[in-house]
Design a protein around this ligand. Structure first.
Ligand code: ADP
Ligand code: MG
Length: 415
């Protein structure tokens, strides 16, 4: 672990094993079955704090086990609270908000795994699936709601759902939620609850997130594991200077090279139409099975695509930002950033998909003059990770832009 800092009152000592923190026996068994032999660094710090009710703002690298660090306390709390409650009397006790449907699905799946065999049921509240079914599920006595802010507001506006018992609110990938304009919706949901414990998570923590956290709760404990706003050191970044017109050919070259193609691969592009066209072109030109995934596809399609990818039927996924955040893509060790995203933070998240728990992965990144706004930040990131900087990038005047330019960027990206 690189560095770990925390600020706040009376912070408990980190745990070194799961059995040391008084968790229900069945939860310990579930952790074992899931292959969680030891807590990860962020779990060592965040679990004991969350268990004693502290409000947390947690930053840790992508793939470092942040979901487990809020789900273990949630499952433990709910299982203990429900221990002697008949099924009909159970009410929502915890809520997790995330910016995307995919991430919600993944968090809910992990929650189910950890809560198996315990008095703990979950409900998923995301767009794309019928609301009636989601409402029915909530009325069946679930303990955890996992949802996107927009859909949840929709549901709360149309139906009377009792939220008085919700005692834990998690905001996962909170910086991304703010960037996507969910601030007011998140606050609306927060105000509908009765002063819950708040746990906020992200790989990157800009100033506006800290401000929001302080406006929601007093006594905020901040936990930072690793270097915030930096990419995980486990992903080797290879930046390739390539003109826009040549990008497709370059990609085909990589995908058809035994040495360079390490499937399954995620290719990130900037638009939905671009994702569709590129996945088609890959199939036609290289014969490799590729599919696209983006926000215009239905929930069912997106689920099926991810499944076929995870079982190895599809080797290449061409994705827009929907896959950039928080999704754990098991087995993926290679990411190709075909179009640089709009911010360096998004870039950090995208290349993070190539690694979990410090396993090595690689990111091939296409860059050219069109990405000049990011040159300065990109070069800094590359240098701090010990990655090579292509000559064109190193020599560009945009890499050494004026200080006014820097100020603008600072405001725009928040760090
Ligand atoms: P993050 O939210 O920090 O990006 P995740 O919570 O999605 O990371 O976890 C990344 C991967 O690590 C997942 O596959 C998860 O199942 C696995 N994982 C999490 N905690 C542990 C642990 N203690 N031991 C083993 N694997 C773990
Ligand atoms: Mg996560």
């Amino acid at each position: 672990m690189l560095l770990c800092s925390r600020r706040g009152d009376l912070v408990p000592a980190p745990i070194l094993s799961f059995p040391s923190c008084n968790l229900p026996e069945k939860l310990l068994q579930n952790l074992e079955v899931a292959g969680f032999e030891m807590p990860t660094p962020v779990q060592m710090q965040a679990i004991p704090s969350a268990l004693i009710g502290q409000n947390l703002l947690v930053s840790a690298e992508t793939g470092s086990g942040k979901s487990g660090s809020f789900l273990v306390p949630i499952v433990s709390y709910c299982a203990k609270f429900n221990a002697d409650k008949p099924h009909g009397e159970r009410k929502p006790l915890a809520m997790v908000l995330t910016p995307t449907r995919e991430l919600c699905i993944q968090v809910e799946e992990q929650a189910k795994l950890l809560g198996k065999g315990l008095p703990f049921k979950t409900a998923l509240v995301v767009g794309g699936d019928a609301m009636a079914g989601q409402l029915y599920r909530i009325q069946q006595g679930i303990s955890l709601i996992v949802g996107t802010p927009g859909r949840l507001i929709d549901l709360l506006a149309k139906h009377d759902i009792e939220l008085d018992s919700v005692s834990i609110l998690v905001l996962d990938e909170v910086d991304s939620m703010l960037e996507r304009g969910f601030h007011e919706q998140v606050m609306q949901i927060f105000r509908a609850l009765s002063q819950p414990q708040v746990l906020m998570y992200s790989a990157t923590i800009p100033k506006d997130v800290q401000k929001m956290a302080n406006s929601m709760v007093k006594d905020l404990t901040i936990i930072a594991v690793g270097k915030p706003n930096k990419p995980t050191g486990a992903v080797k970044q290879v930046v390739i200077w390539v003109d826009s017109k040549q990008k497709k050919q370059k990609l085909f070259d990589i995908l058809t090279s035994k040495q360079h193609f390490k499937p399954p691969v995620v290719v990130f592009v900037s638009s939905r139409i671009g994702a569709d066209l590129l996945s088609e072109a890959i199939g036609i030109t290289t014969g490799i099975k590729a599919v696209s995934i983006h926000g215009e596809k239905s929930m069912k399609e997106r689920r099926e695509i991810l499944k076929s990818f995870l079982v190895g039927e599809v080797l290449v996924i061409v994705a827009t930002g929907v896959l950039g955040r928080g999704i754990d893509l098991l087995h993926v060790k290679q990411v190709i950033v075909f179009d640089m995203p709009n911010s360096i933070k998004e870039y950090v998240h995208q290349i993070g998909r190539a690694s979990r728990l410090g396993e090595e992965g690689s990111a091939m990144v296409f860059v050219n003059e069109e990405n000049k706004n990011l040159f300065r930040d990109l070069v800094q990131i590359l240098k701090s990770s010990g990655a090579a900087v292509p000559r064109e990038l190193a020599n560009s005047r945009y890499t050494f832009g004026s200080s006014t330019n820097k100020g603008e960027k600072k405001r725009k990206y928040g760090f």
